[in-house]
Design a protein around this ligand. Structure first.
Ligand code: NZQ
Ligand code: ZN
Length: 392
């Protein structure tokens, strides 16, 4: 740990099958008006909505609703939600869903009392809130993004095809509390379950594949990756396996709650390219990452070879005997691909609607960051995207 850092995460977590009962305790800390935000209806079909509304009624709360928050929430939906949210004094925003709903709730939270345009302020100028923010509580129904314990909020501007994430500096934006019941994730469509699993894995990779010092964060990352690989193979075949689903949920939270990035420069280029694909195609977040990962990691492997060798040995158990470093590293990536295939992840971008015709647009909206083993040029990104088109 050679660099200096600050670590603070104020989100209180309630984990397990009884976790929703703690909502009663949390609600006592807030006033009458609760803004309940949820997605396209899964929580009504699986009964979570009724359980929550009964607790809100028992606590004599006045419930205002924003529903139909879509996957990859849009700026138009944010403007529309703000009209509802500004009608009454809101004491707590209760977000019930996956990353899309929780991110959207944070974007509402920092914008309710702000007179400036939220897109310009938070997603173009990347400013911190200068107004009073409204606290957010999260009830998680999909494991993946880590939004339940971080300060990230990703919004898509459909008119400019830009999907931009703002990771706020202030820990006040992190949910005040998060309720994590692994049973809630058992009704997820298989496609979203595995997309979420790959999102978790890639969050860890993005932080792991950076730096050259001996860093405790990397050892924690390796443990998390092993747990995700192990549990994912069980959960993908049997979503009712509580043990596997609970490990996945817990790993997701720790993969992106700022812990494993401490002391690291961090890469995040798979996410930048994935977000650009998402902005242009509206594809599912985790699949945008899986579709470019193999081409990306093979491309940067020579620049961070020692870490790729370590990844192969420590995460995918590659036997290094009689092999060159390059052979060990490549075998690690091959094993990663075999795991991805077994889960059923999307391995190429063509399946998501990318073609030779829109690659230049995707390149043009990809942000370039400099924390990984190679600072990419626009030409590098184009080459990676071309190689991602037909991976099988
Ligand atoms: O809308 P409903 O009907 O609820 O259906 C959702 C949605 O269609 C469904 N779903 C969720 N829980 C369910 C369920 N269906 C049945 N049973 C359940 N228990 O799953 C679909 C996908 O949900 P969504 O919230 O979009 O998925 P995810 O959690 O992957 O969130 C994706 C968004 O988060 C952003 C992504 O870019 C994307 O916009 N991210 C946020 C991050 C952060 N805050 O730090 C980091 C991530 O890298 C990511 O960028
Ligand atoms: Zn992600």
């Amino acid at each position: 740990m050679l660099s200096n850092f600050v670590y603070c995460n104020p989100t209180k977590l309630y984990f397990g099958e009884d976790s929703l009962s703690y909502l009663n305790d949390e609600l006592k800390k807030y006033g009458k008006n609760i803004l309940l935000i949820y997605g396209g209806g899964s929580i009504k079909r699986n009964g979570i909505y009724d359980s929550i509304v009964n607790i809100l009624k028992d606590n004599d709360k006045n419930v205002i609703e924003i529903n139909s928050v879509m996957p990859n929430p849009t700026l138009d939906k944010l403007y529309q939600g703000l009209e509802t949210a500004r009608k009454q004094e809101i004491s707590l925003i209760l977000a019930v869903g996956g990353g899309s709903v929780i991110d959207y709730a944070k974007a509402i939270s920092v914008s309710i009392n702000c007179s400036e345009d939220p897109w310009e302020k938070y997603y173009i100028r990347f400013e911190e809130p200068t107004c009073k923010i409204v606290p957010v509580g999260a009830i998680l129904t999909m494991a993946g993004t880590g939004s339940e314990m971080n300060a990230g909020a990703v919004i898509t501007n459909t008119s400019t095809h830009q999907k931009i994430g703002h990771v706020f500096q202030s820990e006040e934006i992190m949910p005040r509390f998060a309720i994590l019941n692994p049973r809630y994730t058992m009704t997820l469509p298989h496609y979203h379950l595995i997309a979420g699993i790959y999102d978790i894995f890639n969050h860890i990779c993005e932080q792991y594949f950076s730096g050259e010092d001996d860093n405790t964060s990397d050892y924690i990352s390796e443990g998390l990756m092993k747990s995700v690989i192990h549990s994912s193979l069980i959960a993908s075949k049997d979503q009712n396996n509580y043990e596997a689903m609970s490990n996945i949920m817990w790993s997701a939270t720790w993969a992106l709650n700022t812990l494993i990035s401490r002391g690291k420069s961090t890469d995040w280029m798979v996410h930048m390219i994935g977000q650009a694909i998402g902005g242009v195609t509206n594809a599912t977040h985790g699949m945008t990452l899986s579709s470019v990962s193999l081409a990306y990691y093979r491309y940067i492997m020579p620049y961070g070879l020692a870490k790729f060798v370590r990844f192969a040995k420590n995460v995918f158990n590659v036997d290094p005997a009689d092999k060159t470093d390059e052979e060990i590293a490549l075998e690690g990536l091959d094993r990663m691909k075999a795991w991805m295939k077994e889960l059923g992840l999307v391995l190429n971008t063509r399946e998501l609607g990318v073609s030779e015709d829109n690659i230049d647009e995707i390149v043009s909206v990809t942000a370039i960051l400099n924390g990984g083993y190679k600072v990419l040029t626009k030409e590098d990104i184009k080459e990676i995207l071309l190689r991602s088109l037909d991976e099988r």
